[in-house]
Design a protein around this ligand. Sequence first.
Ligand code: SF4
Length: 399
Amino acid sequence: MTHAVQNNKALKEALYKELELQLDLSIQGISVDADEISKLNSDYGHTLSIVSDAYPLAYNFVDGKIKGPGFDTGFRKQNDSIYGLEAEEGKPVIYKYGKNKTRIGQIEFRNETRHPLLDLTTRDGVPFHTIATVRQDGQVHVNYSQECVLKDKGEDCYFCNYSVRNATLKTPKQVGEVFSTLYEAGVGKHLNLTSGFLYERKELDYYLDVAEEIQSRTGLKEFRATAVVGAPLDFSVIDKYKEAGYFSIRMNVEIWDQNIWNTICPGKRKHCGGWDNWVKALEYAVDVFGKGRVASNIVGGIEPKNSILEGIEYKASKGIIGSASTWRAVAGSVLEGHRSPETSWHFDLQQKIAGIYKRYGFSFSDLHNVSPTAGLAVTIFQIDQGDFDDNGLRPWQYP
Ligand code: SF4
């Protein structure tokens, strides 16, 4: 018994260390030299060619114990990083540079191969893989437009570079067809449907049309999907998402301190009734969807840690799953060129958030049901719970 507990403790320590390393790698990025890419087996070279800030690659250490989806810990290229990728016998290995060069370990990329169903085309001739991605745990992710109207108005959130002007809008029929096909094949289990703000706040109509398509194809009244939306002025809109069949709803407040929010999120302030309205909308949504089916993210690293934790604690006390993503200043955003806090700052924040989840009785499933999961704190929560299998952390799968 004593031995098992000690082993468990040692495993937990090893997992925290590995996770903090992955977080550091994602914050610092990894330098990737063209010469080294040419020495990699061709599959890796191809995979690395598609990495961008918007699409960090999910990966894990070959000898590591964390194999699940890497929310917030993806592989990101950064030219001047202290970390670099080198080829060893054609395989990618990460090194840390400095006074002494240290070999960190060999990595492998997850989801290197596209699921064959994504090679199908919709009835109107669009390849499925241009509509959705699907993760190993069954989460289907759809950004239905890469355009956010706030960008055009010069009111976009300061940390965001999301918007592509005149981006193609995926039609509700296409989204419904792709998700339903993946769902019926047992491949797609939970839809995460998101975008920026549409013109004239037409999001509701869009989400209702997607829901109608999914319901008519699958016969499901309620389907596993998270609607990621802005807070409405008229709260009865929230009832409509629920009535349409969505399982959960996410309204990302982004910043908890009201004064900082007013500055960093000018468009949300102007078009969503202000910070108070946003928070009231979240509380209203819990009455409609229930505890653990409403989520709201804070971009972690822009405001003081105490303020973030106060926000997450407040939301948890109302049954809302709060999370903090790890902010990195992205090119094209107003905050381009700024720096995120140190890795230890972020890791401590995530550990404290995991503690809040435990105190307010959220389950591991709750934390995943508000896709795309509540972030790094969920992995820490899982480690704290000792939710392991023979290989380390038990990989999450949507039911
Ligand atoms: S974070 Fe702000 S600017 Fe970016 S897509 Fe969302 S609403 Fe638009």
